[in-house]
Ligand binder design. Structure first.
Ligand SMILES: Cc1ncc(C[n+]2csc(CCOP(=O)(O)OP(=O)(O)O)c2C)c(N)n1
Ligand code: SF4
Length: 278
């Protein structure tokens, strides 16, 4: 008798929860969710071996829409929670979902240090260059001349460049994707999950309500013409000089992921707590 068991074939539907997303019709985040569930099916780990962590924002609703373990936490603090989870439970695949406000503004400090620490996480930022949930304030990636009621004439402040900052800070995998390219984005997410260390994917995901002009992104994106490099300097030069619409894996490095301190803890948390008791 052949006792070989075929690996279970998982489908994207198995990674969806019963909750219906409440995003605005046409929001890019719908297809990002579809790409995430498709990527998880490709990777082939069942939902109970995956955790999806987020902060606050329209984009941060993602965990509730998956059947994986989820943590919808505090605004801008998703990476801290996710890093702790991964170090404590290295057996889990941990994804983090964020927006440009959550990830680069209130969470900007955590972003840099997550890149530097290189814990094995996949960080997915749905960037729409605006705070969608709180009704249209400028974010760090908003163009300086974006004229609107809340920032008449534009903020005049130069945009943050997340991909180059991720590279400079030490992220081990850096990619740009577009929500409208559902299958290509799923492939990038699957590759990011498989890549050891901190993987960062900046997904251009239009906010059709507060930035309707972003619908045009579908005519502007194109696959990157150059192959993935493992040279961070070369990747940074390419990213600094492109027009922001090249999609694909732009950098894949080989830094060893952080898995916890070199020496195991020598005392219990209760002992430390006792020292601070008044
Ligand atoms: C500590 C704290 N400050 C501010 C807020 C208000 N707030 C909620 S979501 C958000 C910005 C969300 O923007 P982004 O991360 O870009 O996500 P989007 O809604 O565009 O997907 C802000 C400022 C909050 N919830 N908590
Ligand atoms: S406000 Fe913008 S980001 Fe939020 S659900 Fe609507 S379209 Fe999406």
């Amino acid at each position: 008798m052949n006792d070989m068991v075929s690996p279970e074939v998982l489908t994207a539907a198995q990674f969806k929860s019963g909750y219906k997303p409440i995003w605005c019709p046409g929001c890019g985040d719908y297809t990002v969710l579809a790409s995430i569930t498709k990527a998880l099916a490709q990777v082939g780990r069942p939902p109970h071996e995956v955790a999806v962590v987020s902060g606050i924002g329209c984009s941060s609703r993602i965990p509730a829409y998956t059947s994986c373990y989820g943590f919808h936490g505090v605004h801008g603090r998703s990476l801290a929670a996710a890093a702790g989870l991964k170090v404590a439970r290295p057996d889990l695949t941990v994804l983090v979902a964020s927006g440009d406000g959550d990830g680069y503004s209130i969470g900007g400090n955590h972003f840099m240090h997550a890149c530097r620490r290189n814990v094995d996480l996949t960080y997915i930022v749905m960037d729409n260059h605006v705070y969608g949930m709180t009704k249209g304030q400028a974010s760090p990636t908003t163009e300086p001349d974006w004229d609107n009621k809340l920032s008449p004439g534009g903020t005049g402040i130069r945009s943050f460049h997340p991909l180059v900052i991720a590279l400079a800070a030490g992220a081990n995998f850096v990619a740009r994707a577009y929500s409208g390219d559902q299958h290509g984005t799923a492939d990038i997410i699957a590759e990011a999950i498989r890549h050891p260390g901190f993987s960062f994917i900046e997904i251009m995901s239009p906010c059709v309500t507060f930035r309707p002009e972003q619908r045009d992104w579908k005519n502007m994106v194109r696959p990157s013409a150059v192959a993935t490099t493992n040279d961070p300097g070369r990747a940074a030069r390419r990213i600094m000089t492109d027009d922001g619409f090249n999609i694909g894996v732009l950098y894949a490095g080989d830094r060893k992921p952080y898995t916890g301190g070199k020496v195991p803890a020598t005392c219990e948390v209760a002992e430390l707590e006792a020292e601070f008791e008044l």
